[in-house]
Design a protein around this ligand. Structure first.
Ligand code: ZN
Ligand code: ZN
Length: 269
């Protein structure tokens, strides 16, 4: 039986990236990681960043990044997992961050939607890891759900503009986007921009200048509309990229060139 592939590869010669995926996560890709990475390349997705969510997971992220060309890693503790984070966790992240394939600290942030860790732990370890990133001279990858006012306050108080980085899977209002842009951050757009009901999100993203935008999958989660409900993977970032180019009124060629410049600007890859 022929498998229907609803997302088309990018035209030859164009190259984009997935700024945020979890390729080393659980057993989602344990059977077919080579195939997933080859498919991404065939689709024009030539660079991928696999994101750590706790210390052990960050170690896996670095190990898998070290096994493939143009696969990079971040190390950090997700707001869901910060309860119980201690000095020794910071030391192990600092040590891991020295490895050459590590391009940022993350994902760090606040998640007041699920509140899997107490809010005060989330706030303390967001600030702790932001300061660690500053010391290490690395940008941060920020996760924020239902916590934009608190996040912006902490970012202001702790001079996040000196650190820089990415607001991943952006879900805020146009005003939220404006605050992050003023602090020098990049806005990364994920699959939800392709969902029929995401009119509000599209309105926010439409206002972000193209020289501050990135695309991501957050794979294995958040599959774009054509593959919604199935496992996500870096190749499918093409659907998000095409939707973004359409929204911004740029050609795929212009979009690919500008977004690649953006990724280089923030992560250096
Ligand atoms: Zn996240
Ligand atoms: Zn993520």
């Amino acid at each position: 039986m022929k498998r229907k592939v609803p997302i088309e590869p990018l035209p030859k010669g164009l190259s984009i990236f997935d700024s945020h995926c979890h390729l080393h996560f659980g057993d989602h890709y344990s059977e077919d990681l080579d195939e997933v990475i080859n498919r991404a390349r065939r689709y024009g997705v030539t660079r991928m960043v696999t994101i750590g969510i706790d210390c052990e997971d960050s170690e896996k992220a670095v190990a898998v990044a070290e096994s493939y060309d143009n696969l990079f890693a971040t190390v950090g503790v997700h707001p869901h997992d910060v309860a119980g984070m201690s000095k020794s966790h910071y030391l192990s992240l600092e040590r891991l961050a020295q490895r050459p394939k590590v391009v940022a600290i993350g994902e760090i942030g606040l998640d007041f939607y699920r509140n899997l860790s107490p809010r005060e732990d989330q706030e303390r370890h967001f600030v702790g890891q932001l300061n660690m990133a500053r010391d290490l001279k690395k940008p941060v990858v920020i996760h924020c759900r239902d916590a934009h006012p608190e996040l912006q306050r902490l970012m202001r108080e702790h001079r996040a503009h000196e650190v820089g980085g990415i607001i991943h899977c952006f879900s805020g209002s146009p005003d939220d986007a404006q605050v992050y842009l003023e602090m020098g951050f990049y806005i990364s757009v994920a699959g939800p921009i392709t969902y029929p009901k995401a009119e509000l999100l599209r309105r926010s993203v439409a206002k972000v200048p193209i020289n501050r935008l990135l695309v991501e999958t957050d794979a294995p989660f958040l599959s774009p509309q054509p593959v919604r409900g199935k496992r996500n993977e870096p190749a499918w970032v093409v659907a998000t990229f095409v939707a973004l180019c359409r929204l911004k009124g740029v050609s795929l060629q212009e979009g690919a060139t500008q977004l690649s410049t953006n990724l280089k600007g923030v992560l250096g890859v």
